[in-house]
Design a protein around this ligand. Structure first.
Ligand code: DC
Length: 203
């Protein structure tokens, strides 16, 4: 499953994994953990050598913690994710996770195009920029973090542009992915569409 930030991938992927009896990997956490480790040490995520070192040193314990959800970490993740060597360092782990029984749902930006080009079912989940920014704002409020609407919108725009515009594994739909635009849909409708597609065997 691929798509831009706050399109509803996480909610859907987690629910699908549970429904299908599969494991779930939020691959954004890998890039976030690399960025968080760098920022904690005062390193610049734009620095490729330091970023790849942080990616290679990544440990399963690093993939949890509230700091990973911070906007600064999200932007840093988008920056480290543009380094070819960082993506290469994280690829084998993702493929192993996907291939291990009983199988898995992975969400990210390049799952259908690069990580799992032979996935049994591919989904591309998206929504309008405005709706995604509004969802992110609500999420921030629920976490008691102050968010300014215009700033959230601007940051999301920047991250979309960086993730879609980079040379290596840019955010894009695989040709054979099923598209779900969640702009006007409730989470249950999104889930029903995804399940119908997967269970139709039409992929
Ligand atoms: O899904 P997320 O917002 O947690 O992802 C954070 C950043 O990590 C995102 O802006 C781009 C990068 N990313 C990526 O390049 N490839 C992935 N498969 C997942 C995330």
């Amino acid at each position: 499953m691929d798509g831009p930030a706050a399109a509803g991938k996480g909610t859907l992927a987690r629910r699908l994994a549970q429904h299908l009896g599969l494991r779930y990997l939020d691959t954004g956490l890998l890039y976030r953990a690399v960025a968080a480790a760098m920022l904690a040490r005062g390193l610049d995520p734009a620095e490729p050598a330091a970023a790849v070192e942080a990616a290679r040193a990544l440990h399963a314990n690093d993939l949890a913690g509230p700091r990973l959800r911070d906007e600064e970490v999200a932007q840093g993740a988008s920056v480290v994710a543009a380094h070819t060597a960082v993506r290469a360092a994280l690829l084998a782990f993702q493929r192993r996770f996907a291939a291990a029984p009983p199988g898995a749902v992975l969400d990210g930006r390049d799952i259908g195009t690069v990580v799992c080009p032979d996935a049994d079912a591919k989904l591309f989940v998206t929504a309008s920029l405005e709706v995604r920014a509004a969802r992110r704002l609500k999420e921030l409020q629920e976490r008691d973090v102050e968010g300014i609407e215009s700033r959230v919108l601007q940051e999301m725009k920047e991250r979309d542009a960086r993730d879609s515009g980079r040379d290596v594994a840019p955010l894009k739909s695989a040709d054979d992915a099923y598209l779900i635009d969640t702009t006007l849909l409730e989470p249950d409708e999104v889930f029903d569409r995804a399940v119908s597609f997967i269970e139709s065997g039409d992929h």
